[in-house]
Design a protein around this ligand. Structure first.
Ligand code: UDP
Ligand code: MG
Length: 317
């Protein structure tokens, strides 16, 4: 029985991989307990997979799940959890922004009896002002919108007990916001604080588009408030328009001033159409997600899984 599983999603990470492998191995060896490093190759187009294959040949504690294409970070993490067999499972980024030695602190907390130990970022180094600012705003907005208590300034870097991972593996939703789901399942949770370093090498694999998708998944899968917001905006606008309508009718009937204007009419129509399209779009986001769920496609497709026990792979099938 493996004691620790470390899950490392990797997408075009050839520049950092050697160092990541080295540092994680060092840290995990120091526990003097059995461990596995599960790398998920998320459809990388560089040398990542080849490098991983080489590690696998010389080191049987390295395991690789090779995706058929890029499915995204959250899905990679999910696959890692499904392929893991450790009693404690850790998720960590491949780029060494989350320092591997923090894993030891997490393990200590786990041994004290906690089921989830998440890493809370005190400082984020080597990231743009824009990223830090938007992340800070996002976590706070999400916190206001949801009833689930999702800790702020916390990424996916965390340790989970086997029983938490088993529950996570039983959740089938498609647009996954993993850190939210882990909060949602509950159990005994605690934080360790750490300084987030800059990327060891290479550049971010999270362009704005992926960040927005992650943010949307976070909000839309944990809150109905956007729909509620659409209702409130709609009601307020209708009410204001109704009052205005009465004013215009009174002016027409009882005074000599009539409202002139084609321009103002067009402006008002365009404005209201814009607002109503935006509100439709909010509903559409939810409907689209329902559609995703009903299609019932698998979350990811594995091209090959290397160094895993036959029993682990059979369980997943
Ligand atoms: N990643 C992935 N698939 C993707 C994008 C990213 O598996 O489509 C991995 C990436 O290799 C890294 C982690 O997710 O291990 C976090 O990505 P990154 O460090 O680029 O994000 P950032 O820290 O800039 O937010
Ligand atoms: Mg990073």
């Amino acid at each position: 029985m493996v004691r620790y599983s470390i899950i490392i999603p990797a997408y075009n990470e050839e520049e950092v991989l050697d160092e990541t492998y080295k540092r994680l191995t060092e840290v995990m060896k120091s526990t003097e307990e059995e461990y596995e490093l599960i790398f998920i190759n998320d459809g990388s187009r560089d040398n990542t997979f080849k490098m991983l294959q080489d590690y696998c040949k010389k080191d049987s504690s390295i395991k690789v799940v090779n995706f058929s294409r890029n499915f995204g970070h959250q899905i990679a993490v999910t696959a890692g959890m499904e392929y893991s067999s450790g009693q404690a499972v850790v998720i960590i980024d491949a780029d060494l922004q989350d320092p591997p030695r923090v894993i030891l602190e997490m393990i200590a907390k786990w041994k004290e009896g906690y089921d989830v130990v998440y890493g809370k970022r005190l400082v984020r180094k080597g990231e743009t002002f824009f990223k830090k600012f938007t992340a800070k705003c996002f976590y706070r907005i999400l916190d206001h919108m949801t009833t689930v208590d999702i800790p702020v300034d916390t990424g996916d870097f965390r340790l989970m007990d086997r029983k938490v991972v088993d529950v996570m593996n039983s959740l089938s939703e498609k647009n996954r916001y993993v850190r939210g789901l882990v909060s949602w399942v509950g159990f005994k949770q605690t934080a360790v604080e750490y300084m987030r370093d800059g990327r060891f090498a290479g550049e971010t694999k999270y362009p704005l588009k992926k960040m927005l998708k992650l943010a949307a998944d976070g909000i839309l899968s944990f809150s109905y408030k956007p729909l509620h917001f659409a209702g409130v905006v709609g009601s307020m606008l209708s009410f204001a328009s109704f009052i205005y309508l009465i004013i215009v009718v009174i002016q027409k009937l009882f005074t000599s001033t009539t409202q002139p204007g084609w321009a103002s009419l067009v402006a008002v129509i365009l404005f209201f159409n814009g607002v109503s399209l935006i509100l439709h779009c909010i509903t559409g986001e939810y409907v689209g997600r329902i559609y995703e769920e009903t299609k019932n496609r698998p979350l990811y497709i594995v091209r090959e899984a290397i160094n895993f026990d036959e029993s682990v792979v059979a369980d997943i099938r």
